[in-house]
Design a protein around this ligand. Structure first.
Ligand SMILES: *Cc1c(COP(=O)(O)O)cnc(C)c1O
Length: 401
C-alpha cells in the first residue's frame, strides 16, 4: 500500500511550526494545581485513585455547559463513539450514513459495530456533511446519520432531523442523529445552542490536539436520552451485573484537569478564532486561495484553517505548495482529511462501489497550515506572509511551465 501523503513533511524536525500542533502546552497554574491536589489526596490509601467523585463532577459540569441532560465520560472519543454505535445493536446490512470527508474514527466505529458505512458528499464551503446528498443515499436500512462538525465548522443539525423524520426505518423508526463533535467542543449551533445539545447523542474528544485536553486522552458523550446514558455507564464498567461491557473509564486526574479546561474553553477557543480570522484577513488578496468561511459567534472554531488551491492546482500544485511551505518557510501543513476509502484498506473494503467525486476533488485542493491559539499576532503575521509568498512562487512556476 502506498504511504499516506496526508502530511508534509513526515517529520517535524526541520519545521518551525509543526504539521499537527497539540493543544497541550496550554495548561495554566489552575490545571497544575488541580493535578497536584489530586496527587496529594490520592497518596492516602483510604482515598486512592477512585475516579467517581471527580468524573461525576466533570460530567455534571459538562452537561451544564452544553445544555444537555446527561454527560458520560470515557477514556477516549473513539471508545465513546464505538459504544454509541454498540447501543444501536446493528444487524448485518444496517446502514449508517456519514461524510466522505472524515476522520477514519467514525467509519471504523460503524464497521466495528457491524454496520455498513454509507458515504455522502460534503458541502463545498464548510466541507460538512451535505443534507442534500444524504437525501440521495438514505434508505429503509438507514439506522443513523453520523454528522461530523468537520474542522470546527458547526453543522446545522435540523435538516438531518427533518430527513430522518421523513425516512423512518420500518423496524426502528426515524434514524438517529449521532454527532461527532471531536473538533467542535464549545461551539455554538445555528440555533444558538451549544454543540452537544442537539441530535440524539454527541461525542467529544479530549485527545492532545483537540480544543481542550485531559492529559492527551479522554472523551465524553452528551445526550437527553436517559436510557442511553444509563447503558453507556454500564458499557464503560463491565456491564454492571447484566450486560456486556468493558473498562473505558476516565481517570481521576483527567477529570480534575478537564474541569479546569472546560472553564477555560471559551477563552482558548476565542484565541484560536482570533488567529484564524487574522489569517483569513491577511490572505484576502491572495486570490489563488479560497479561505474557510467566516462564521461568527463561535459557530466556527477553526480546529483547522482550511485553504483550497485553484482547481487547476488540485493534487500536484497543492503538494508543491505544502512542500514549499515546509522546505522554505518551516511551516507544516496537513490535509485534514482525505476520504478515508482512498488510503484505509478496511474502510475501502467496507465501502466498495461507493465513490464521492466532490469529496475527492475538494480534498485534492485542500491544505491546512499550522494554527494554534497560543500563536502571537506577530507569529501569525509571519505565517500569513509565508503562505502568501509560497503561493506566489507556485503561481509563477505553474504559469511558466
Ligand atoms: C479525534 C477525533 C475522533 C476520535 O477521538 P479520540 O479521542 O482521539 O479517540 C473522532 N472524530 C474526529 C472528527 C476526531 O477529530
Amino acid at each position: 500500500m502506498p504511504t499516506d501523503p496526508a502530511t508534509v513533511p513526515s517529520t517535524d524536525a526541520v519545521l518551525r511550526w509543526p504539521v499537527e500542533p497539540a493543544q497541550g502546552g496550554w495548561y495554566t497554574r489552575a490545571e497544575r494545581e488541580a493535578v497536584r491536589a489530586v496527587l496529594a489526596e490520592s497518596d492516602d490509601w483510604h482515598v486512592g485513585w477512585k475516579p467517581a467523585g471527580y468524573v461525576g463532577a466533570f460530567e455534571d459540569a459538562f452537561a451544564g455547559f452544553t445544555g444537555s441532560r446527561f454527560a458520560v465520560a470515557f477514556n477516549s472519543g473513539g471508545t465513546a463513539l464505538e459504544m454509541l454505535l454498540h447501543y444501536l445493536q446493528l444487524d448485518p446490512g444496517d446502514e449508517v450514513i456519514s461524510c466522505a470527508v472524515n476522520f477514519v474514527g467514525p467509519l471504523i466505529a460503524i464497521i466495528g459495530q457491524g454496520g455498513k458505512p454509507i458515504l455522502a458528499e460534503p458541502e463545498p464551503d464548510t466541507l460538512n456533511l451535505d443534507p442534500t446528498d444524504v437525501e440521495r443515499v438514505i434508505s429503509r436500512r438507514t439506522r443513523a446519520i453520523l454528522v461530523t462538525h468537520w474542522n470546527g465548522a458547526v453543522a446545522d443539525i435540523r435538516p438531518f432531523l427533518d430527513l430522518a423524520d421523513r425516512h423512518p426505518n420500518p423496524v426502528h423508526g426515524a434514524p438517529l442523529i449521532i454527532v461527532d463533535a471531536a473538533r467542535a467542543c464549545g461551539g455554538r449551533t445555528p440555533t444558538g445552542a451549544r454543540v452537544g445539545a442537539e441530535g440524539w447523542a454527541t461525542m467529544f474528544s479530549f485527545e492532545s490536539k483537540k480544543l481542550m485536553t485531559t492529559f492527551g486522552q479522554g472523551g465524553m458523550v452528551t445526550t437527553d436520552d436517559q436510557a442511553l446514558a444509563e447503558q453507556l455507564r454500564w458499557l464503560r464498567t463491565y456491564g454492571g451485573t447484566e450486560h456486556w461491557g468493558t473498562n473505558q473509564m476516565m481517570t481521576k486526574a483527567q477529570a480534575a484537569v478537564g474541569l479546569v479546561q472546560l472553564a477555560r474553553l471559551d477563552e482558548m477557543n476565542d484565541a484560536r478564532i482570533a488567529r484564524a480570522h487574522q489569517r483569513t484577513r491577511g490572505l484576502a488578496d491572495t486570490h489563488e486561495l479560497t479561505m474557510p468561511p467566516v462564521i461568527d459567534d463561535r459557530r466556527h472554531l477553526y480546529y483547522r484553517h482550511n485553504l483550497l488551491v485553484p482547481e487547476a492546482w488540485a493534487g500536484e500544485g497543492r503538494d508543491e505548495l505544502m512542500n514549499t511551505l515546509a522546505a522554505e518557510y518551516g511551516l507544516g501543513s496537513i490535509i485534514n482529511d482525505r476520504p478515508p476509502y482512498l488510503f484505509h484498506r478496511l474502510i475501502r473494503a467496507h465501502t466498495a462501489g461507493q465513490r464521492c467525486p466532490r469529496a475527492e476533488q475538494l480534498t485534492a485542493r485542500l491544505l491546512c497550515p499550522c494554527l494554534h491559539p497560543r500563536m502571537s499576532v506577530a507569529e501569525e503575521d509571519e505565517i500569513t506572509d509565508a503562505v502568501r509568498g509560497a503561493t506566489a512562487q507556485i503561481a509563477r512556476t505553474r504559469s511558466t511551465s
